[in-house]
Design a protein around this ligand. Structure first.
Ligand SMILES: Nc1ncnc2c1ncn2[C@@H]1O[C@H](COP(=O)(O)OP(=O)(O)OP(=O)(O)O)[C@@H](O)[C@H]1O
Length: 272
């Protein structure tokens, strides 16, 4: 899926009117099949960006285009169809605790299925071998019939990723998908995920807490800080100095600026 954001600002519905926007005038273009990692300190706006792309949050200003369509100008039905081609994997996957892993993984296919097929598959799961194969790729196939509430946080995240694999989404939005994994599992999981997305041609946008890991596994890195784009570069061009600057202000309050005040010029590679 092609993604284009032009001067997008975002504010959470629950945020006080006088508070800073969570994302400020972000311009970004991502080609179908590209894989990029979004990094930056806590509160930078990384999750907000994913929510805007998942059509879960409407921009306060600017334009979001997904495959050339503005989601907020579509009919409810078309918007639902568009949402069906996206997969948002939150940091803590929303898996029903008493559900078996196999059912949770197969639920990744629901947006692609009709209502009858979806309801039937909850009672008579089909595609168990498919779920098993997806879990195998993340090293958790032994949990196929386990209940979700018996999983560790890292196992739960890997089940969430297996579910993402089965979704056949054209845009995978992964919110710190590896935060509960140990280094060996992280490397395996991210390699599996990126290879699978390359096979299917899906676009991947992942927020990643571990910047060195992002640089190792993603060809393109977007740095956000204080709701603004700081850089958008191929990973080999992201220097230690850029990373130091990106994380330098961590924990300090950002100045309150009007929503439409222009950002300082970020380091942006021309991707065309
Ligand atoms: N539901 C919400 N209601 C109001 N404000 C919110 C909400 N979610 C996030 N925010 C605010 O929006 C800003 C950006 O938050 P966001 O979650 O996008 O940051 P982040 O970069 O993902 O941080 P982290 O790395 O800690 O997850 C923060 O100032 C946060 O307090």
């Amino acid at each position: 899926m092609r993604v284009a954001l032009h001067a997008v600002s975002g504010r959470h519905p629950g945020a006080p009117a006088a508070s800073c926007p969570a994302l400020r005038r972000l311009t970004l273009e991502v080609e179908p099949g590209e894989q990029l990692a979004v990094i930056g300190p806590s509160g930078a706006g990384k999750t907000t960006l994913l929510h805007l792309l998942a059509c879960a949050l409407q921009p306060a200003s600017g334009t979001v285009l997904l495959d050339g369509q503005n989601p907020w100008s579509l009919t409810t039905r078309r918007l639902q169809q568009l949402r069906g081609s996206l997969f948002l994997a939150p940091q803590v996957p929303p898996l029903p605790p008493r559900q078996r892993v196999v059912t949770s993984v197969l639920a990744g296919r629901l947006p692609q299925q009709g209502l009858w097929q979806s309801l039937r598959s909850l009672v008579y799961p089909t595609g168990i071998a498919q779920a098993d194969a997806a879990l195998e790729r993340f090293g958790v196939s032994d949990k196929l019939f386990a209940h979700v509430d018996r999983l560790s946080a890292g196992e739960r995240q890997r089940v969430g990723l297996a579910r993402a694999l089965l979704s056949q989404a054209k845009l995978l939005l992964l919110d710190e998908p590896l935060s509960a994994l140990d280094p060996a599992c992280t490397a395996k999981a991210v390699t599996t995920l990126t290879a699978s997305a390359r096979e299917s041609g899906a676009t991947v946008i992942a927020t990643v807490r571990d910047a060195p890991m992002a640089l190792r596994h993603f060809p393109r890195i977007v740095g956000l800080r204080g709701a603004r784009l700081v850089f958008d570069l191929p990973s080999p061009l992201v220097t230690e100095e850029l990373l130091r600057e990106l994380y330098a202000q961590e924990g300090e309050p950002q100045p309150s600026l009007p929503l439409d005040e222009p950002s300082p010029q970020p380091a942006v590679m021309n991707w065309r």
